[in-house]
Design a protein around this ligand. Structure first.
Ligand code: ZN
Length: 133
């Protein structure tokens, strides 16, 4: 089962909690055991699992900035978003999580985030539920 939803981002770098949306899709699928793939079909965004805490979200944004500052990117001659492509590749454009007893298996502080690296934009998130039972 493949479902999609869109997210409008507001900032160049931003973390958007999409846990409830993904959990809703898993619930709706009535899958007891299986896997869920959360994927963004974009080369300047990503998916990351982290705690939804304001300070930590700011820490991530600061690290994104520092990781890509001070580099004379060649790609910036084309469209000025080399940092966005690099961060997207480093963070990864998807995650797979287990489903057990009808719920996504995740730690208390493991929320699912869309990571925006080239906003503001409209992003598409694809959620594929793979059912074992
Ligand atoms: Zn580009």
């Amino acid at each position: 089962m493949l479902k999609k939803f869109n997210i409008l981002t507001e900032n160049r770098y931003q973390l958007v909690d999409i846990t409830e949306k993904v959990e809703g899709i898993v619930k709706e699928s009535e899958t007891k055991e299986g896997l869920v793939l959360v994927f963004v079909p974009h080369s300047t965004a990503g998916i990351v699992l982290t705690e939804n805490e304001r300070g930590l979200k700011n820490d991530w944004l600061e690290i994104f900035k520092r990781l890509t500052s001070g580099v004379d990117f060649e790609h910036n001659k084309i469209d000025n978003n080399a940092d966005s492509h690099i961060l997207s590749g480093l963070i990864g454009q998807g995650r797979v999580l287990p489903i057990k007893d009808g719920r996504i298996v995740r730690g208390t502080w493991q929320q699912i985030f869309l990571a925006e690296f080239d906003g503001p934009r409209e992003r598409r998130v694809m959620v594929e539920v793979i059912r074992n039972s």
